[in-house]
Design a protein around this ligand. Sequence first.
Ligand code: HEC
Length: 189
Amino acid sequence: MSELKTNKIMGAVLSAALFTVGLGVVGPRFFPDHIPTKAGFAVDIPADIAGPAKPAAAAPADTPPDWGTVLPKADIAAGQATTAICQACHNFSAAGTNMIGPGLYGVLGRQPGTHPGFAYSQAMIDFGKKQPVWDYDHIYMFIGGPQAYIPGTKMTYTGLKDPQARINVIAYLHTLGSKLPVPAPKGGS
Ligand code: HEC
């Protein structure tokens, strides 16, 4: 065997060996020997900091009701009872005392972000410039999901999801120095 031929054979053997080693290194990347059942790991984010939930395809749109129809039928006492949740942060008396949140007496008809002596978020102040009156629709949407409705608000409460509970709370607020009339039902009569 000529030296050249030997070299060629040795070369071929060497490249075959290198290729095999190479496969051993690269192969597992393409053919993992264990397939994870879960990608990554789950992080539990509490609902109140997770932000607005992506609406499920089937979820009905959250739209305010016809106030002229629902307000006269609302359960004011139930609404007052529900405000126990709000009272962790809000005072509802005519004194208008500020707590963690602003006093809510007379909030219906008031300009958002303007109760004297309360340090509102910039988000709420800006909202009040666009929307000069807390009317039924806007309070309904806000208390249903404060951070989703006014991103940056410092009302950290997650929101009162149940529409009827929200209507009842608003009917109760309407008994507390509200400046808004009850509108006529849209259906007429
Ligand atoms: C964890 C405390 C907390 C809870 C609970 C809470 N709020 Fe608030 N709320 C706040 C704070 C703080 C603000 C001021 C928001 C800002 O400046 O962005 C606020 C603002 C508001 C405003 C706007 C007031 C204004 O003067 O413009 C309304 C209306 C309101 N809350 C209603 C409610 C209702 C109704 C409930 C109960 C269903 C409730 N909140 C529960 C803390 C709370």
